[in-house]
Design a protein around this ligand. Structure first.
Ligand code: GLU
Ligand code: MG
Length: 443
C-alpha cells in the first residue's frame, strides 16, 4: 500500500492507535504506540525512539534509533476494542546517520534476502508452530486447558471455540491459515499458515504468537510457546519447511527424475544445514528449555540426519504429490517457537547457502534406521552426530561456526551471545526441584 492508501484504510478500519513494532535480538516484540493522528508524520519522517535499554541495542553513544515503517505490514489487531481500535506496522531500524542498524534482526534477514534476490532466488519458509493453552491458575505448575489428543474432534468444546477464534483472527491479519488441529498432548495445538518468503513468514510468526496470546487471555487462558512446558509429554516445536524459488517462481528444489523428487540444489542446501546443525541449534532452539524438548521419545529430533519417512530425523522430506512441484521442500524439525524467527531463518539460509556454495552432498538417508536403537559405537561408525544436549553446548558450537557468525554480523552475534550466556548462567546457578528431590535426603 502507498501512503495515501494506508491513510484511507486506517479511516475505513476506524483505527485510533498505531503500534510501531520491531524485534529485539531474542525475538521479543517491542512497540512504540501513537494516536492515529501521528501516522501521516510517521509515514513521512519515521519515528525516533531511545533504544538504549532494548536487548541487543545498548550502544549508549547511539541510543537514538529511527524506525521506518514497512508499509507492507499494516494489520488491524483484531482483539482490540472497537472504540480503541489499534493497528500495527513492523518497522526497519536505522541509525541517526540513516544507515540500517546492524543490530536489527529483521533488517539482517531483509538484507540477506535482498542479496539472494540478486542471484535471482527467493528463500521460502513455512513453519508449523505448536503451543499449549493453559488455565490461568495463578500457580507455577501449568494445567492444560483440555483433555483432547492428536487431531481429536469434539464438536463444541471450549478448545475448538478458542482455536476457531484464533484462526479467524489470524486470517483477518493476512496469514492465510491452512490448518489448525489439536496436537498430541493435552491442551496442545498447532496452527499452520501458508508459506511465503522468509521475511513475511518471520513477521507472521511474531504476529501469530502475540495474537494467540492476546486472544487466549481474553478467554482466561495462557497461551505458551515454551518448548517443553511439562516433563514427560510432547513439547512444542516449530518445524520449518523450506524451498528456493527462482525469478520465474519455479521451485528449484524440484527434480522429477530423483527418487525423492529433490534437485542437486536441494541436496546441497540440505547438506549445508546438516553440516551446521549443531551450531544452528543455538539460533533455532535458543532457550535453556529448548534442550529438554530435543530428547528421545516425543517426536522431536535428537540426531543429525535426514530421511523421508523417519519422523525422528532432523530433516524430513515430505512426500511428493504429483502435480505439486511448487510444494517440494525440506522440513527442519529442531526449531521451536521460542526462537527469534528472523535469526532462525537467517541462520537456516546461511547454513543452506554454504552447502550450495561448496556443492556439498548429504550423507545417506536414515530411512530404515531407528537411530535411537543404535549404540554409541554404531552411531559413530555411521558418523551420526547428536544435536547439542544443552544451550551451553549449542552456544559453544555457534562460537566455532564462522559461517553462521559471519552471517549474523558482529553486532547481532555479540548481543545474542551476551543475552544467551546470561540466561544460561541464571539457569546454571539455580537449584531445581529435581535436585532437591534427588539429593536432599540421599546426600
Ligand atoms: N511436538 C513435536 C515436536 O516437539 C512434533 C509433533 C509433530 O510431528 O507434529 O517436535
Ligand atoms: Mg505438529
Amino acid at each position: 500500500m502507498d501512503k495515501k492508501e494506508i491513510l484511507e484504510q486506517v479511516k475505513k478500519d476506524n483505527v485510533k492507535f498505531i503500534s510501531f513494532q520491531f524485534s529485539d535480538v531474542t525475538g521479543k516484540v517491542k512497540s512504540v504506540d501513537a494516536p492515529v493522528e501521528q501516522l501521516k508524520g510517521a509515514l513521512d519522517n519515521g519515528i525516533w525512539f531511545d533504544g538504549s535499554s532494548v536487548q541487543g541495542f545498548a550502544r549508549i553513544q547511539e541510543s537514538d534509533m529511527h524506525l521506518k515503517i514497512d508499509q507492507d505490514t499494516y494489520a488491524v489487531l483484531p482483539w482490540t476494542p472497537e472504540n480503541l481500535r489499534r493497528a500495527r506496522f513492523f518497522c526497519d531500524i536505522y541509525t541517526p546517520d540513516d544507515e540500517p542498524f546492524p543490530g536489527d534482526p529483521r533488517g539482517l534477514l531483509k538484507k540477506m534476502l535482498a542479496d539472494l534476490e540478486k542471484d535471482g532466488l527467493v528463500f521460502n519458509c513455512g513453519p508449523e508452530p505448536e503451543f499449549f493453552l493453559f488455565k490461568q491458575n495463578g500457580g507455577l505448575y501449568p494445567v492444560p486447558h483440555d483433555v483432547g489428543g492428536y487431531f481429536d474432534f469434539s464438536s463444541d468444546d471450549e478448545a475448538v471455540q478458542v482455536r476457531t477464534k484464533l484462526m479467524d483472527a489470524l486470517n483477518s491479519m493476512g496469514l492465510e491459515i491452512e490448518v489448525g488441529h489439536h496436537e498430541v498432548a493435552r491442551g496442545q495445538h498447532e496452527i499452520d499458515f501458508r508459506f511465503a518468503d522468509a521475511l513475511h513468514t518471520a513477521d507472521n510468526v511474531l504476529t501469530l504468537k502475540y495474537t494467540v496470546k492476546a486472544i487466549a487471555a481474553q478467554h482466561g487462558l495462557i497461551a505458551s510457546f515454551m518448548p517443553k512446558p511439562i516433563f514427560g509429554i510432547n513439547g512444542s516445536g516449530m518445524h520449518t519447511h523450506m524451498s528456493l524459488f527462482d525469478k520465474k517462481g519455479d521451485n528449484i528444489f524440484f527434480d522429477k527424475d530423483d527418487e525423492f523428487n529433490l534437485s542437486k540444489t536441494a541436496y546441497s542446501f540440505l547438506a549445508g544445514q546438516l553440516k551446521h546443525a549443531r551450531a544452528l541449534s543455538a539460533l533455532v532452539a535458543p532457550t535453556v528449555n529448548s534442550y529438554k524438548r530435543l530428547v528421545p521419545g516425543y517426536e522431536a529430533p535428537v540426531y543429525v540426519g535426514w530421511a523421508q519417512i523417519n519422523r525422528s530425523a532432523l530433516i524430513r522430506i515430505p512426500r511428493h504429490t504429483a502435480g505439486q512441484d511448487k510444494a517440494t521442500r525440506i522440513e527442519l524439525r529442531c526449531p521451536d517457537p521460542a526462537c527469534n524467527p528472523y535469526l532462525a531463518f537467517a541462520g537456516m539460509l546461511a547454513a543452506g547457502k554454504d552447502g550450495l556454495d561448496n556443492k556439498l552432498e548429504p550423507p545417506k538417508p536414515l530411512n530404515n534406521i531407528n537411530v535411537y536403537k543404535l549404540s554409541e559405537e554404531e552411531r559413530k561408525a555411521k558418523d551420526i552426530r547428536a544435536l547439542p544436549s544443552s544451550l551451553a553446548d549449542a552456544l559453544d558450537e555457534l562460537d566455532k561456526d564462522s559461517v553462521l557468525k559471519d552471517a549474523l554480523g558482529t553486532e547481532i552475534y555479540t548481543a545474542f551471545r551476551r543475552a544467551k550466556l546470561e540466561e544460561n548462567e541464571e539457569y546454571r546457578i539455580h537449584v531445581t526441584d529435581w535436585e532437591v528431590e534427588k539429593y536432599l535426603e540421599s546426600a
